[in-house]
Design a protein. Structure first.
Length: 289
């Protein structure tokens, strides 16, 4: 905000002469500024404001640039950064890493990490990765979100939210994913060594689906990095800092809209060349044999 604009916003409680003196500008210069005709809005700035508002402050300069380029506006990150600063607009920033939400069962017999040394998947439904995070409720309570993501398209293929995190939490999310995606046999289903994933019930369901289980190595959080990578972004974009969902029902509604409508269909991902998971999968259909 310029000094003249600041003066114009503060003339109700204080005289113009006092404000000009405090800000070291001339009173005549201020009135000349007031009499200037308003500049015509620049088209890309109008589009940038619409995109920034539509995505609820979730887009920084990189995703805004991709959005505007898709709309036909050739604008760079420097111009966008200057525009954001001039209008006191700031994108949401991610929060610190979450605490662990799964506890390994030392007695469980688990499979090896089948992703080690393997090339990255080149098509959907080759590798799914799973993880659990927590979301705050009012009154100091928590609820727990389990998701399965496609490692190629980053699409959330199945999810479930509950007040507790037993094995059923990940099984219901997996059942949703299997029903909606109908993967061919040979799909690798990867997770950490939390007891929910290494349970007999989970391993049986994976085998029934013709899929192959895969687990992170003990004490190695990087083995499941892709599944965990989106949690800070999800929490930041779902809830302003210091807030919580009013109830479990509200959390389910908000998560459903965010994951099924926004995250999968509309949100641009840097790992996908700033395309949404849906658009990425559609583009793959036109290139894969």
């Amino acid at each position: 905000m310029s000094r003249y604009a600041f003066i114009a916003a503060c003339t109700e409680p204080w005289p113009v002469q006092v404000l000009c003196q405090v800000l070291a500008v001339s009173t005549a210069g201020y009135y000349q500024w007031r009499q200037r005709p308003a500049a015509a809005p620049v088209p890309w700035q109008v589009a940038a404001q619409a995109a920034f508002t539509r995505h609820a402050r979730r887009y920084g300069t990189r995703r805004l640039r991709a959005e505007l380029h898709a709309e036909g506006y050739a604008v760079g990150r420097y111009a966008l950064r200057t525009w954001l600063r001039r209008h006191d607009l700031q994108a949401l920033s991610t929060r610190p890493h979450r605490p662990r939400t799964t506890v390994a069962d030392p007695a469980a017999v688990v499979a090896e990490n089948r992703l080690l040394g393997q090339p990255v998947p080149t098509a959907p439904n080759q590798v799914w990765v799973g993880d659990i995070t927590y979301l705050p409720l009012v009154g100091g309570r928590w609820c727990y979100l389990a998701t399965w993501r496609d490692a190629c398209s980053r699409r959330v293929v199945g999810w479930h939210l509950a007040a507790q995190m037993p094995t059923e939490l990940v099984l219901l999310a997996l059942e949703q994913a299997l029903t909606l995606r109908q993967p061919a046999p040979g799909l690798i289903i990867h997770a950490d060594r939390g007891s929910q994933y290494t349970s007999a019930a989970c391993r049986v369901r994976i085998a029934q689906a013709g899929a192959v289980p895969s687990f992170s190595r003990p004490g190695n959080p990087y083995d499941n990095a892709q599944a965990e990578a989106g949690w800070s972004t999800l929490k930041t974009e779902l809830l302003p800092p210091g807030t919580a969902f009013a109830s479990l029902e509200e959390a389910r509604l908000e998560v459903a809209h965010y994951l099924d409508t926004y995250f999968n269909l509309d949100r641009r991902h840097s790992a996908l060349a700033y395309r949404s998971p849906h658009q990425f999968e559609q583009d793959l259909k036109t290139t894969l044999p």
